[in-house]
Design a protein around this ligand. Sequence first.
Ligand code: GLV
Length: 318
Amino acid sequence: MNSVVVTQPLPPQLLAPLARYCDLQVLATDESLTPALLADARGLICLLTDRVDRALLDRAPGLDFVSSVSVGVDHVDVAALTERGIPLGHTPGVLVDTTADLAFALLLAAARRLGEADRFVRDGQWTPDERWTPSFFLGKDVSNATLGIVGLGAIGQAVARRAAGFDMQVLGWTPSGREIPGVESLPLDDLLARSDFVSVHVALTGDTRNLVSAERIAAMKPGAILVNTARGGIVDEEALARALDEEHIYAAGLDVYDREPLAADSPLLRHPRVVFAPHIGSATTRTRARMVELAVANAAAALAGARMPHCANPAVYG
Ligand code: GLV
């Protein structure tokens, strides 16, 4: 039993270091992870789209490690792995700037109505009858506005650095109470009440599910813009759609959703002022390669009986 299942094709040159230690079973793009595939596997290299739960683990008696090509691990039952002494690798650090760039791109696009503007030009609506006027496509200023950052981990801090370049006043809240220079820390409800823009950067855990709840959305500053590049389950999507209907929330920039792909009947889709992205926070060529490199390093360490360099459940090492 020395095979490692890789749930999607990854660059072969990046997987090559593992081939020395194990047989790699790389699934095809249209294949999904099933318990049968893990019956004889020693390791699993997975993505955030693979659900690794107790039912799967119960059918994988020889599994020694799981290495996810993601920083977030909410797709994995971490407690179930820890109980079994199985280390879980993940890929923090390398996607920080790339994800912060996307959060800022969504923030700017939502404020300046770039989704609507793009569709307007592309659909041939920019005609002599629908031309430039002083009130044409007015949006919101980003420069000098107040940004509230929910979660001051590495990505939240990288967003704060970008905001400083736009002369924004930056407010922050983080579950750990951490203080960051240049960021005014305050309770979450105060942050929501004062912010023109709110950007979400906490991990999805039992404590943060529905953190931006219907009540909290209702308590946001009227006319605010919400950006979420963290995880869908953190924001109440139905409540966000209602707040957009009522024009309490002006616009949103979303990369993540409670259910992915986003359902075709999601109430969010009817709002022209929501700028959508399909969960592409870390999607640049360089960052994705670095994520695979870290995932491979985690797997190589586990195969060699060593500690993973980036382990999400270090309790397994005692
Ligand atoms: C992306 O969402 C990740 O967790 O890597």
